[in-house]
Design a protein around this ligand. Structure first.
Ligand code: AMP
Length: 181
């Protein structure tokens, strides 16, 4: 059993398919016996993943900066809801409390969180799995550009390879579980 941190979009205007993907992630994390660590808001995919995890009997931890409590609507039903003084503190606590990271489709905030855990993993500052769910080719452009960074020697292959890419939520959780055994 692990604490799995999910990074994903908080936008209120997403297509229903992305919300379904978030629900699947929350549901599967809980059914596999893991704890969910999330951004602690009720909006967008972030809210959907936490609601689905609890509906499947899972334990959820939300981490929300005080400046965003109103904007992202604090998830008051979380089993643990932590309020931080800043966005930077939010990331630090999410990282400390988690054994692995799962990035679903998202926007700038998701990318910021993903790059933080990935670059620190690539530098050897932690050894926790970092998995990107590239569902329906959402991240195909990013993945292509990253391989060009390796070709042009701006990025080391080992650093890029530290990010595990999966094409579905179950495949992503399988990859995490295999690395935590
Ligand atoms: P987005 O992918 O832009 O919808 O954002 C997803 C989540 O990332 C939201 O909860 C944002 O508040 C959060 N976020 C945005 N910027 C940062 C940051 N610099 N550090 C931590 N979380 C952030």
């Amino acid at each position: 059993m692990a604490a799995i941190c999910v990074f994903c979009g908080s936008s209120r205007t997403l297509d229903l398919g992305w919300l379904d993907l978030a629900r699947l992630a929350g549901d599967q994390i809980a059914r596999r016996g893991h704890t969910l660590v999330s951004g602690g808001g009720r909006v967008g995919m972030m809210g959907a993943v936490a609601v689905a995890a609890r509906a499947a009997g899972g334990y959820t931890i939300g981490v929300l900066p005080e400046q965003l409590v109103a904007l992202e609507i604090a998830d008051l039903e979380a089993d643990e809801q932590i309020t931080t003084e800043s966005l930077a503190a939010r990331k630090t606590i999410m990282i400390d409390k988690s054994d692995a990271f799962l990035a679903l489709p998202g926007g700038l905030g998701t990318l910021d969180e993903l790059f933080e855990v990935w670059t620190t993993a690539a530098l050897g500052l932690h050894h926790k799995p970092v998995v990107l769910v590239d569902c329906d080719g959402f991240y195909a452009g990013l993945i292509r550009w990253l391989s060009e960074l390796v070709d042009s020697r701006f990025a080391r292959p080992a650093a890029v390879d530290r990010l595990i890419v999966a094409d579905s939520v179950p495949a992503a959780l399988d990859a995490i579980e295999a690395r935590l055994e």
